[in-house]
Design a binder for this molecule. Structure first.
Ligand SMILES: C[S@@+](CC[C@H](N)C(=O)[O-])C[C@H]1O[C@@H](n2cnc3c(N)ncnc32)[C@H](O)[C@@H]1O
Length: 251
């Protein structure tokens, strides 16, 4: 089942995606890339690199053994990476190897009140939202939103059943019986790019693109926390916000 219990026990020993920053995959990564139908190096180049600068502060959900964390750390020599996981991931990556730059937080709930507001430039996850049901996907995105600075970006891999059907369940490494399980008993709950975009909007994000189309089996969504300022009402930039201010000034 896709419960917290499943996620906790299934990834107890830490999930490893191999080395991300090299163009050629190692054996571990090659195995995963064959199933997902795309290159992790492409994901690194297109879903991470454009959104971070050397001094960026990055929030990563579900780092596991830290394949993506190490890749992100290589991009932010003057920045910080904060990870959130159900497990103690310092067993797999010791923060003292990145003094002041890597901070690993272990959580039991999707509650990020302990993190500073408007602090992060970028929020990333890989291999996490694909295991969460719609309501939990929304909860995670909603909790993370205020932690990003206005204008900050976010990128997440997610399961897409429409792409999976086209790619093939066997090719995608998915047991066929998952097709018939209700979401609350499955580790690959139903989702697609439209549903993912609706969920992200419901959580308060602006959808930059529902899918970068880098992976043949899964989606990668790019989100943005709206800029707040003169033009914004509750983070949404609207013409009606200006009209309302105009009317208020002249009434
Ligand atoms: C499949 S592993 C992916 C690891 C890594 N991102 C990668 O791609 O190599 C999923 C990770 O997300 C963590 N996780 C799952 N749900 C979570 C949640 N709601 N909050 C925090 N961590 C979660 C798990 O404990 C696990 O370490």
């Amino acid at each position: 089942m896709a419960s917290r219990e499943w996620l906790r026990s299934a990834h107890e020993d830490g999930y490893d995606s191999g080395e991300i920053t090299s163009k050629e995959p190692d054996a571990r990564r090659a195995l995963e890339e064959a199933k997902i139908g795309g290159s992790y190096y492409d994901v690194f180049q297109k879903a991470i690199q454009p959104f971070v600068a050397p001094n960026s502060r990055v929030l990563e959900l579900g780092p596991g053994r830290g394949s993506w964390t190490r890749a992100i750390l290589s991009l932010v020599p003057n920045g910080e990476v904060h990870t959130i996981d159900l497990h103690d991931v310092t067993r797999f990556m010791d923060p003292s190897n990145w003094p002041g730059r890597l901070h690993c937080h272990q959580v039991t709930e999707n509650d990020y009140r302990f993190l500073p507001d408007a602090y992060f430039d970028f929020f990333f996850s890989f291999g996490v939202l694909c295991h969460l049901m719609r309501e939990e996907r929304r909860e995670v995105l909603q909790q993370a939103l205020p932690k990003l600075r206005p204008g900050g970006y976010s990128a997440h891999e997610y399961g897409d059943w429409i792409k999976l059907d086209a790619f093939g369940w066997v090719a995608g490494g998915m047991p066929q019986d998952l097709k018939f399980l209700p979401d609350d008993e499955s580790w690959w709950p139903r989702n697609d790019s439209r549903d993912m975009a609706l969920t992200a909007r419901a959580a308060g994000w602006r959808v930059v693109t529902p899918d970068l189309d880098i992976l043949r089996r899964d989606g990668i969504i790019i989100l943005r926390r709206a800029n707040e300022g003169f033009w914004s009402v509750r983070g949404q930039r609207t013409r009606s916000a200006l009209r309302r201010l105009w009317r208020a000034a002249w009434s």
